[in-house]
Write a protein that binds this ligand. Structure first.
Ligand code: HEM
Length: 388
């Protein structure tokens, strides 16, 4: 997208929708989805991968559109969106790179031999349009019936609809940005949570330290809350290290240069966050690197890790939401459960594979882990975890 008025309106809309002040008002929506996630984890811990996926799409869909999918039935639009993201990462991303590097290739007629990449891209666009329209129509119908929950889209629309100031261009922008946020936020947050579960299963020593910190703050009698954040520096360090260890979008988004014609710039975020001159033994998962002596934080390194959200004008507008939602998820999960390596047929702990998929977003390849309920699983009302 060129750097013009349309681009400025696009970014402005994102920023007003996801600035920290908005986020605070909408935090209860994250907590509602998290409660359901902890409940699912307590009931069927072996299905943790499916639970993480539906949790992240729930956080984004409640936050952006005000609705959450039910635990029992698969939502057709969310299912289509997840399938699209998978197809994008597996098949479309390489072609996007080709079209960025060789822009003329996007003029190839889709019915030409060898133009399978065009057919794939057009198919993706059609299916994504279905998601964009489907989610938006659903919310507008709920608004008309007076049943909509306050969320990013209702907050962007409310004032303009009531004063009759909503132009069709504005409506289109709100609709598209909602869908882009929903899609961009789901898979990246997914990846960050999978990284933490994987790292926790491999590093009981860090997990024990995190749980001791949590117990000290909550007294082991309640779940941690957003207000506890300043007292939980090790949880913050865990989140930062998981983002650094394996960035969810290791190459960011390709951007075109304003000053150099059609040059495309791809930031090597993964490379920067594994630079040994800043991060010693970069392949090692070590949250302690973010803590200086006497529990003080290494704000210099924290700042560097923020590159995980991209650079410059295209920086991720959802970074505050991502940081908040990942932090509270990890704090409440480790307060309620312990994540261990899965057991093999002989009952011994088996090392998980530590490999990551390629694509615009990258995740650990599927792995199993053993999730054990702790005392807070009971205190937080997740009684099934204790067989009660
Ligand atoms: C751990 C979680 C996340 C990571 C690592 C991440 C990372 C990124 C990166 C690297 C970019 C490209 C920036 C660039 O081109 O320089 C990006 C763009 C974007 N992200 Fe995120 N993101 C995350 C979560 C979210 C969430 C929760 C949202 C929801 C609001 C979101 C919405 C977006 C949008 C809308 C863009 C495109 C911005 C544009 O086109 O200008 N992201 N993100």
């Amino acid at each position: 997208m060129p750097h013009n008025d349309h681009w400025r309106a696009y970014r402005k809309q994102f920023h007003s929708a996801f600035r920290p002040r908005e986020l605070e008002v909408l935090r209860p929506l994250i907590l509602g989805a998290l409660d359901q996630f902890l409940h699912c984890l307590a009931t069927t811990p072996d299905q943790f991968s499916a639970h993480i996926r539906s949790y992240t799409s729930n956080v984004l869909s409640t936050f952006v559109y005000g609705f959450q999918q039910s635990v029992d039935t698969a939502d057709p639009i969310l299912t289509l969106m997840n399938a699209n993201i998978e197809e994008f990462n597996e098949k479309v991303w390489d072609n996007v790179c080709l079209v960025d590097l060789l822009p003329i290739s996007k003029r190839v007629p889709p019915n030409w031999p060898g133009a399978a990449f065009m057919r794939l891209g057009l198919g993706q666009r059609r299916k994504m349009d279905e998601v964009v329209q489907g989610m938006y129509d659903r919310l507008r119908a709920a608004m008309t019936e007076g049943k909509a929950t306050s969320c990013v889209v209702t907050r962007s629309l409310e004032h303009r609809v009531s004063t009759g100031e909503l132009s069709s261009a504005e409506e289109e922008l709100i609709k598209r940005n909602a869908a882009v946020s929903f899609i961009a936020g789901t898979d990246t947050t997914n990846s960050a949570l999978f990284n933490i579960f994987l790292a926790m299963s491999m590093h009981p020593e860090h997990q024990t330290r995190a749980q001791a910190e949590l117990d000290l703050v909550t007294g082991g009698t309640r779940l941690p809350e957003f207000g506890d954040k300043p007292s939980l520096p090790f949880i913050e360090a865990l989140v930062l290290e998981s983002l650094r260890w394996h960035p969810p979008a290791p190459m960011g988004g390709p951007s075109s240069s304003c000053s150099r014609g059609w040059s495309v710039i791809i930031g090597n975020i993964g490379g920067m966050l594994h630079d040994p001159s800043y991060f010693e033994n970069p392949k090692e998962f070590n949250p302690n690197r973010f803590l200086a002596s006497q529990g003080r934080r290494r704000e210099d390194l924290e700042l560097l890790v923020m590159d995980v959200f991209g650079l410059g004008r295209r920086i991720c507008p959802g970074r505050h939401l991502a940081s908040d939602s990942i932090w509270i998820t990890i704090a409440q999960t480790l307060s309620s459960f312990t994540v261990r390596k899965a057991l093999d047929a002989d009952g011994n702990e088996a090392d998980p594979p530590v490999q990551f998929t390629a694509g615009l977003t990258s995740h650990p390849i599927p792995f199993r882990c053993h999730i054990l309920p702790g005392d807070n699983a009971l205190k937080s009302g997740h009684d099934e975890a204790r067989g009660l």
